[in-house]
Design a protein around this ligand. Structure first.
Ligand code: ADP
Ligand code: MG
Length: 463
């Protein structure tokens, strides 16, 4: 009984440390807008990089032709080709292939990673059918979605600032990622022109805007997390160039790197960060995104096993393996509605090799999933609310019925229902009933790939 009391105590402390009452979410949102201003004011002015994307025109619908896109940014990468038919026909045809990146390539050498990508792309190009016809003498064109912090030097070039999400390839940092890709394409004999380099958030924003003209921001909740939004160009003091004709500029916030004293961080988060490939960085990402949620769960369970004999007298050896509980597993357990929580039981058995678990143990696991997912979802909502405040879309303007649409994408948002539902209800809670009427969250399924192709089209060398 004493041991079980200790289990409950660890659970309660964790729950308190993760608490996100609405007042705290407002503080986080306000801190976010403060950091947005600081990041826009000067280079390095904030943990929020607020990167200039060089996208000053979002898709109009008139884009036409046949383009490739490549999406690199997490565990998988995708190659796709898209046939754009203009206003009437939109996306006429679309084909893609998904390839998982061998983990050693994520921490190896730059040329190895880019060779692997270029080879996969070349293979995909070789399967091009008759219906994707390129006019004679034309070079294939590609939009490159690269979801890591990049300091762009133009729409189609930029240097990698640092890696995130479990990638760590030192010799690529500071290099032009388009240059690296082009060199690899030359090595494999692939002739293609890279006409746009975009972050996945920027691609999602472009893809979202293509179908819905009220889209003002995009948020990714996948392996990592990030957001982009449309800013007024004259509200970007650090922008040295000419004011774009549109008066607008898409900003890649790199919000995963946000941190604030208002964030509810626990002992488990501090240790997870300490043990990570990028300690001190991506603090928001480490408590929100798919790469980390399951790992937080593992760490709390390990503490319960060590200090309160949660799994009996010995600690399941598998529980000591970092990242062994993946977020899809956590979400499968969290959605278990069977009376005896049999999914939880079978996952614990399969993954941790714990043969039997009682119902009350399974209930504790569900509570932990709920605490971790709720914190992540509510902080995501606070971030979105912060963006809406920054662009003055957080309260209804008199007589104006301006809609604001947020395009969302990523496996966490798409598949973890409790997470996405909690995020949407928390956003409503922050906005209030009236403002909620004018704000809409949509799922922009694979918008980033189409978005990159659209930006490649609007920046084609043949225009
Ligand atoms: P990426 O972010 O790597 O570009 P995705 O947007 O497809 O790719 O997101 C994949 C991530 O989404 C996975 O790493 C995982 O964390 C999360 N995810 C995928 N499926 C689920 C699921 N069923 N429940 C919870 N999270 C999931
Ligand atoms: Mg992605």
């Amino acid at each position: 009984a004493g041991k079980w009391g200790r289990v409950i105590e660890i659970l309660k402390v964790f729950e308190e440390d993760c608490a996100t009452p609405v007042g705290k979410l407002r503080q986080v949102a306000d801190a976010m807008t403060v950091e947005m201003h600081a990041g826009l004011a000067s280079e390095g002015g904030s943990k929020l990089k607020m990167l200039i994307s060089y996208v000053d025109n979002l898709p109009s619908g008139d884009e036409q032709g046949f383009f490739y896109a490549l999406d690199l940014g997490g565990t998988n990468f995708r190659v796709m080709r898209v046939l754009l038919g203009g206003k009437q026909d939109r996306v006429v045809k679309q084909e893609f292939e998904e390839v998982s990146i061998p983990p050693p390539l994520m921490t190896g050498r730059s040329d190895e990673l880019f060779n692997f990508i270029a080879e996969a792309l070349a293979k995909f190009v070789a399967t091009e059918g008759e219906d994707f016809h390129l006019p004679a003498g034309r070079q294939r064109e590609l939009g490159f979605t690269f979801s890591f912090p990049v300091k762009q030097t133009s729409l189609c070039s930029g240097t990698l600032m640092n890696w995130t999400k479990g990638f760590s390839i030192d010799d690529a940092v500071g290099q032009d990622v388009v240059g690296e890709l082009i060199k690899a394409m030359e090595r494999v004999g692939l002739d293609m022109n890279v006409t746009a380099l975009v972050n996945d958030t920027v691609g999602t924003l472009a893809g979202g805007r293509y179908y819905n003209s009220d889209v003002v921001a995009a948020v990714i909740l996948g392996t990592g997390t990030n957001a982009a939004y449309v800013e007024r160009a004259h509200a970007i003091p650090k922008w040295q160039g000419l004011l774009p004709k549109s008066g607008e500029m898409v900003i890649n916030m790199e919000w995963g790197n946000f941190r604030s004293s208002h964030l509810p961080l626990t002992e488990y988060d501090h240790l997870l960060d300490f043990d990570s490939l990028n300690p001190g960085e991506q603090i928001l990402e480490k408590i929100i995104s798919g790469m980390y949620l399951g790992e937080i769960l593992r760490r709390v369970l390990l503490k319960m096993a060590e200090e309160a004999a949660f799994f009996g007298d010995s600690i399941p050896p598998k529980l000591k393996v970092p990242f062994i509980i993946r977020t899809p597993t956590m979400s499968a357990m969290h959605s278990d509605t069977s009376p005896d929580l049999k999914v939880v039981g079978s996952k614990l058995k399969d993954i941790l090799e714990v043969p039997t678990t009682s119902l009350k143990m399974r209930k504790v696991v569900i509570s932990l999933c709920n605490i971790i997912a709720t914190r992540g979802a509510r902080l995501s909502a606070a971030g979105i609310y912060g963006i809406l405040k920054k662009i003055g879309r957080d309260s209804p303007k008199d007589g104006e019925r301006q809609k604001s649409v947020i395009a969302m994408d990523g496996g966490l948002f798409e598949h973890y229902t409790q997470f996405s539902e909690c995020m949407e209800s928390s956003l409503k809670e922050l906005l209030g009933d009236e403002a909620s009427e004018s704000v809409e969250v949509i799922h922009s399924n694979d918008g980033s790939g189409v978005g990159a192709a659209l930006l490649a089209a609007s920046h084609s060398q043949y225009l």
